[in-house]
Design a protein around this ligand. Structure first.
Ligand code: ADP
Length: 500
């Protein structure tokens, strides 16, 4: 068993990993930046180490500092969470050379799947259907136009090193292609340090369906079914659910088998996700592989009963998968809402500020994965994700009711957030009937914003009454609120966190 795991991340995912470590009797070591001196992950871990200034390059992306720390504190392994170093093959290779266990796949698998054109080529050779398009970067406008004509407009110009929904453009004609080629390349260079771009057929109104895969170091592979992640803004997910209400068991068998084949093709071990687009005829196409734990992993945990983080740790230890494929079945329905500090009415502009009041929902079937609380600051330095609200119920309709109930209990004041916007989505008839695809939000945004404004007015009335009722209890509540009281006692030396 590992004695100590260093968590090279922050926010809710660092907290999620700390919780798994604690349940497994493993000591957790957190890292933190100036902006996170008092963050929950910093306070909750068994030890916390100061990395540097808030800018990620000085702290959560400071490779040598993190590796030196792992050696100094004798950490047996590093869990990268998602983002930061989680898909950085160079970082993983250094750990492999230093004999520090990385809780994730090998650097080789990560580099095989990290470049989208290389991954597409590998998938295509391995019989996994890919979105029609090029499997090599395009080197000139003319070459690109020839390919686009063969594929058929509209096409998407995408960055080979892309991620986070950035750097893709829809192109509908030869002229548009000419105009966009250089600009897309420049953008790719600026965002990803690599100007390679390629072409994919633009799939009209598909669903985003992904499959959770997992494998040990002994060649055992399994999948944990699919997640539907079609509710997106700016090509980024905000609501995810499992299972997908769109697919039947035959399609499920096909897509999960394709996902396992994809993982086998790159010699994968640990947890990973194969993303697909699925059109209205249920034809699916490989999009990319995320070689890490996903933000939306909790929905899979709730319908499968498997703790993915613990499973990841066991795999890193060299253990076999704790279950067999045939042991798994889908139980009920789970939905996740990403609670962001952002303004849906203003093109989802990220918001910053201090959370002045924070009250999370609870009750049957409700899970909140968060890393912040009353008094926390959402800063410009990192992703504006405040928390993830995940619900489980016996079927999709009950899960939607439960999500609505839980969202109405959620109180975040002090900064703009998307809670009432999410509520409007869960009250939308088309969403309720599962009539969704990746362009759902873009199409429906007008009336969703409108009904969320109405929600807001009702919510403000209710909030004013609740706040008046709670005022006299405020002092008591503050004392009880775990976010207020330092979790460490004097012996644990809370103040030294600031200087370590
Ligand atoms: P990233 O790695 O930047 O997240 P992806 O390739 O995973 O990019 O795509 C992100 C999202 O962009 C998808 O979920 C989908 O909404 C949209 N998208 C990507 N490729 C296509 C395509 N070929 N046709 C239509 N939509 C696409």
């Amino acid at each position: 068993m590992f004695k100590k795991i260093l968590i090279a991340n922050r926010g809710e995912i660092a907290v999620r990993i700390i919780r798994a470590c604690r349940e497994m009797g493993i000591k957790s070591a957190a890292i933190y930046s100036d902006a996170d001196k008092t963050s929950l992950h910093t306070r909750l871990a068994d030890e916390a180490h100061y990395m540097g200034e808030s800018t990620a390059s000085q702290s959560y992306l400071n490779k040598s500092k993190i590796i030196d720390l792992a050696k100094k504190i004798k950490a047996d392994a590093i869990h990268p969470g998602y983002g930061f170093f989680s898909e950085n093959s160079d970082f993983i290779k250094t750990l492999e050379d230093e004999k520090i266990t990385f809780i994730g796949p090998s650097s080789k698998s990560v580099s095989m799947m990290g470049n989208k054109t290389a991954a597409r080529e590998l998938m295509s050779k391995s019989g996994v259907p890919i979105v029609p398009g090029t499997t090599k970067p395009i080197s000139s406008v003319d070459e690109g136009i020839d390919s686009a004509k063969q594929i058929g407009f509209p096409v998407l110009l995408k960055a080979a090193a892309g991620g986070g929904g950035k750097g893709m453009r829809k192109i509908s004609s030869v002229q548009e292609f000419k105009d966009a080629f250089e600009a897309t390349k420049r953008e790719a260079m600026k965002s990803f340090g690599d100007d390679s771009i390629y072409i994919e057929k633009y799939i009209e109104n598909p669903r985003h369906i992904e499959v959770q895969v997992i494998a040990d170091k002994h060649g055992n592979y399994a999948h944990l079914f699919e997640r539907e992640c079609s509710i997106q803004r700016r090509h980024q997910k905000i609501i995810e659910e499992a299972p997908s209400s769109f697919i039947d068991s035959e399609t499920r068998n096909k897509i999960t088998q394709a996902a396992v084949n994809a993982a086998k093709a790159c010699g994968y071990f640990n947890a990973g996700t194969i993303e697909f687009l699925m059109d209205s005829k249920k034809t699916f196409y490989f999009l990319e592989m995320n070689t890490r734990l996903q933000v939306e992993h909790p929905v899979t945990e709730l319908i499968s009963g498997i703790d993915l983080v613990k499973e990841q740790i066991n795999i890193a230890l060299g253990h076999k998968l704790s279950f067999k494929q045939e042991d798994l079945k889908i139980i009920g329905h789970a939905i996740e809402s990403r609670i962001y500090a952002e303004d849906p009415a203003n093109n989802f502009l990220p918001a910053t500020g201090i959370i002045s009041e924070y009250k999370i929902p609870s009750g049957p079937g409700v899970r909140v994965d968060d890393g912040f609380g009353t008094g926390s600051e959402i800063s410009v330095y990192y992703d504006p994700l405040i928390s993830k609200l995940i619900v489980w119920a016996k079927d999709r309709t009950s899960a939607i009711h439960r999500m609505n109930r839980a969202l109405s209990e959620y109180q975040i004041t002090g900064l703009i957030n998307n809670i009432s916007f999410l509520k409007s989505i869960f009250s939308d008839e088309k969403f309720i009937h599962g009539q969704i695809d990746i362009n759902f939000l873009e199409r429906e945004i007008g009336h969703i914003i409108e009904s969320s404004n109405e929600n807001n007015i009702l919510f403000e009335d209710a909030a004013a009454i609740i706040s008046a009722l709670l005022k006299e209890k405020a002092l008591v509540r503050k004392k009880e609120d775990s976010y207020y009281s330092p979790l460490k006692n004097d012996n644990n030396n809370w103040s030294s966190l600031q200087y370590d």
